[in-house]
Ligand binder design. Structure first.
Ligand SMILES: [Zn+2]
Ligand SMILES: [Zn+2]
Length: 190
């Protein structure tokens, strides 16, 4: 019961705070907006005193990895760029290096945990199916804790010209390919 609610939690959260995005976007031009730190971004708090609340497992000057507060799988870690980027939707070909770095950090962490490649799930949620509007890569070691948890991270292979099918989750490797080809990441096939 609780799990079935949590599947839709990201969607619900999106509508919980109506107007937040609107009020911001009316003040700033659209292009740089996705790189402007929001006053309420909890992942930007990793720089502040609230850093204490993060279970940090790895970091360097530009990226940080911490354990998810509510893990969906055996291991569930978030890897984020320290600079604020809204989400995968705001990424372009110019960000291939960011995604590439996030992905290699993830594999290094999972290597350190001894997780076989076949048990790794590495990807992003696509808005509005994201809980925090700061780009974060979900790094997981399977299995999931429940079917409902698994359904939060569905992988859809692309058909024909598409790298990814209809899904609110995109694997890091899919995202890399889409961006490298000059595309943008969407819930619809891309
Ligand atoms: Zn942020
Ligand atoms: Zn997410």
């Amino acid at each position: 019961m609780l799990d079935s609610i949590s599947v839709f939690a990201p969607f619900w959260l999106c509508f919980k705070k109506p107007g937040t995005t609107d009020s911001n976007s009316s003040r700033s031009p659209p292009a740089p907006q996705s790189r402007v730190q929001s006053k309420i971004c909890q992942f930007c708090d990793v720089h502040s005193l609230k850093r204490e609340s993060f279970d940090i497992v790895w970091e360097d000057d530009d990226y940080v990895a911490f354990r998810d507060h509510n893990p969906s799988a055996v291991h569930h870690i978030q890897v984020i760029p320290k600079v604020h980027i809204d989400s995968v939707k705001s990424l372009t070909r110019a960000d291939v290096n960011v995604v590439d770095r996030l992905q290699s950090i993830s594999h290094n962490i999972l290597d350190g945990l001894g997780i076989p490649i076949s048990d790794r799930r590495i990807g992003f949620h696509i808005p509005p199916f994201n809980t925090v509007n700061h780009l974060h890569l979900h790094v997981q070691a399977l299995p999931y804790k429940s079917f409902a948890r698994r359904m939060k991270y569905p992988i859809a292979a692309g058909i024909g010209p598409y790298t990814k099918g209809l899904s609110w989750f995109v694997e890091a490797r899919q995202a890399l390919r889409i961006l490298d080809q000059g595309g943008q990441i969407r819930i619809s096939p891309c």
